[in-house]
Design a protein around this ligand. Structure first.
Ligand SMILES: Nc1nc2c(c(=O)[nH]1)N[C@H]1C(S)=C(S)[C@@H](COP(=O)(O)O)O[C@H]1N2
Ligand SMILES: [Mo]
Length: 300
């Protein structure tokens, strides 16, 4: 696959120059090779400067380990992520328990530098490694009646101190419409900066949907269920007025308690200017057609 990094970055290597070169390699590789959809990926990745490893792995939301931004980095180290398997069930032709060690050799791993926008109005840029969720769905064979995909995070109280408190209705669950799930931008990520994804970022495998608020990108996935109706989602269950099913990044639809018009870039410094938030987090060209004819204020 075009655009794969051949070198392995260590933390010490993560200097702006080094990143710039790697990004250039990716874009050059995509331009020269088999970029999908007429260069969609190259366009989406241009002009993105990734955050540092330190920023990406120390400022996290993973409520199973606590609600503080530094709780996951402090407390997720004890999570056992091997062996790991994903139960794929519901409206599929080949339901079953899929070991991650069996899944990975069948997938095409790619580098994807994505903008990431939390509903709390902060953002960062992350160089993921992963494969397209569509390829995993094809492995299980989606039945024609399926219209939605439900996801579930591991629930293991002995290793997850945060689930002792009923902050959310555990396990954490999320959902996508099938066409959103099959979109080529939708990734199952297993790495960051060419290293295994750290526990606090959702090891060993997590969803990444770059045009939606961060909470849709569910971590440490253990179950994927194909359904014929919209599945429940954790944040919608917790507060339906504040969190809808779609949760597309939309600067024109404010959260009831704060504006979504601008965002604070993590790592930008205490006094850095807020940036305007882009429709669909900057992926409008790629995904707007999924929502043609929908009222995005009603379907927030
Ligand atoms: N299982 C689970 N997945 C989760 C969360 C969580 O608390 N539990 N938090 C979500 C939220 S609100 C955000 S912003 C992102 C944060 O991902 P990051 O820590 O890798 O930046 O993960 C999302 N996925
Ligand atoms: Mo978030």
């Amino acid at each position: 696959m075009a655009g794969r990094w051949t070198n392995t970055l260590t933390r010490a290597d993560v200097t702006p120059e080094r990143l710039y070169l790697n990004r250039r390699q990716i874009i050059a590789g995509l331009a020269a090779g088999a970029a999908f959809g007429g260069g969609t990926q190259a366009r989406a990745q241009e002009a993105l400067e990734p955050n540092s490893w330190e920023e990406i792995t120390s400022y996290n939301n993973y409520y199973e380990f606590g609600t503080g931004k530094d709780d996951p980095a402090r407390l997720a180290g004890q999570l056992t992520t091997e062996p790991w398997s994903i139960e794929i069930d519901g409206l599929v032709e080949r339901p079953g328990t899929y070991a991650l060690s069996d899944i990975l050799p069948q997938m095409t791993l790619e580098e994807r530098i994505y903008r990431f926008r939390c509903v709390e109005a902060w953002s960062m840029v992350v160089p993921w490694q992963g494969f397209e969720l569509a390829d995993l769905l094809d492995l299980a064979g989606v039945a024609p009646e399926a219209s939605h995909v439900a996801f579930e995070t591991l629930l293991r109280p002995e290793e997850m101190p945060g689930v002792a408190r009923p902050v959310l209705d555990w396990p954490y669950v999320e959902g996508l419409r099938l066409d959103e799930a099959r979109h080529p931008l939708t990734l199952m990520a297993t790495g960051i900066y060419n290293r295994p994804i750290p526990n606090q970022n959702g090891a060993p495998i997590r969803l990444v949907v770059p045009w939606k608020y961060g909470f849709k990108s569910i971590k440490s996935v253990v179950r994927i269920t194909l359904t014929d109706s919209e599945p429940p989602t954790s944040w919608n269950k917790a507060n339906a007025r504040e969190y809808g099913f779609y949760s597309n990044v939309n600067p024109e639809v404010d959260h009831p308690r704060w504006s979504q018009a601008t965002e604070r870039e993590i790592g930008g410094g205490l006094f850095s200017k807020r940036k305007p938030t882009l429709m669909f987090n900057g992926y409008e060209e790629e995904v707007a057609s999924l929502y043609a004819g929908m009222d995005l204020t009603e379907n927030f």
